[in-house]
Design a binder for this molecule. Structure first.
Ligand SMILES: C[S@@+](CC[C@H](N)C(=O)[O-])C[C@H]1O[C@@H](n2cnc3c(N)ncnc32)[C@H](O)[C@@H]1O
Length: 303
């Protein structure tokens, strides 16, 4: 792994950790450990009896594991949260933090193919041991399936046309690098919107490679079950698909966002939403850390 200057600068750090209302002797999980910025702050607020489990599916994050006996690093996808908590003998938790998506480390490592700014292999796997890569999607998915990925996860209106062009291209040569993909995308990008449109395509492929929407769904369901009454969950999202899923689940306990009421009209949700208005970074944070600009934080308390 290439060592980048900063692995990751945590977004909405104070807002998310304050929102968890840390109990010094509590048990917490940071399901997206990354560079450990949020975890470090969380540990600062725990007493000697407190415990913190940090999950990350990327083995590179292990290099940031905190040398503290209250901390355990779990190199796994967070979709296995309940299995691992069972394994560690933890029946319930006081709080959970998820700071979703990829880290700056991913974007800055050219070889991993997450960024259209660099030439690298079309890889995009957070877990280097998994088998699906962006190249595999582009080289093997049927045209309709590829269009579906671009439309659902990139919200691209010209998804069908891009998929058609990709399928035409691969009849001549296989997709291997980000440059191969950029060559196909160029005619579809209006100059003034080029960066946004490229980012949408890369985002769509990344979400598919890493099964991000399914993993998030499983995480939310399992976290809901693990939290103690009064326990809190804070989730930071970076695009509207994730944010919508979290918002619906927090409001209603289901992914359709259908709020059920009892006979007396009381909302029957497993959670109390603590911030009806989503929390976003202040201008000063965005100036300091431009990658935080799309961050959105939502917090709930288990009833
Ligand atoms: C935005 S970064 C988190 C940064 C972290 N909060 C910090 O302060 O450094 C997201 C991290 O979560 C990891 N990740 C994303 N999805 C995951 C999943 N389904 N399971 C486990 N780790 C995941 C990524 O590998 C990445 O390191």
């Amino acid at each position: 792994m290439t060592v980048t200057a900063t692995y990751h600068t945590p977004a909405l750090l104070a807002e998310s950790i304050d929102g968890l209302n840390i109990q010094p002797a509590g048990t917490y999980v940071d399901v997206t450990f990354g560079g450990g910025g949020h975890s470090r702050e969380l540990l600062n607020r725990l007493g000697t009896r407190g415990r913190l489990y940090g999950f990350d599916q990327d083995e590179d994050a292990l290099a940031n594991a905190l040398p503290d006996k209250r901390f355990t690093f779990v190199r796994s996808n967070f979709r296995y949260l309940t299995n691992f908590m069972d394994w560690y003998g933890v029946p319930a938790i006081d709080g959970l933090l998820a700071d979703l998506g990829v880290s700056s480390h991913h974007f800055d490592e050219a070889a991993r193919g997450f960024s259209f700014r660099f030439d690298g292999d079309l890889d995009m796997r957070m877990n280097k041991k998994s088998s699906l890569t962006a190249a595999k999607i582009l080289n093997t998915y049927a045209e309709e399936a590829l269009a579906d990925v671009l439309f659902r996860f990139g919200e691209l209106r010209n998804a069908r046309a891009i998929a058609r062009a990709a399928v035409r291209e691969r009849a001549n040569r296989r997709f291997r690098t980000t440059a191969d993909l950029l060559a196909v995308l160029q005619p579809f990008c209006a100059r003034e919107k080029e960066k946004k449109q490229l980012a949408q395509v890369f985002q769509a492929l990344r979400i598919e490679v890493n099964g991000e929407m399914d993993a998030l769904k499983e995480l939310l369901q399992q976290a809901g079950g693990l939290l103690k009454p009064g326990g809190r969950m804070a989730v930071i999202t970076y695009h509207s698909l994730e944010d919508r899923m979290v918002k619906h689940f927090f409001r209603s306990g289901n992914f359709e966002g259908e709020v059920k009421k009892d006979f007396y009209g009381n909302v029957q949700s497993p959670f109390t939403v603590l911030n009806n208005k989503v929390v976003v970074p202040h201008e000063a944070e965005i100036a300091r850390n431009p990658r935080s600009r799309s961050a959105k934080l939502r917090i709930v308390e288990k009833k």
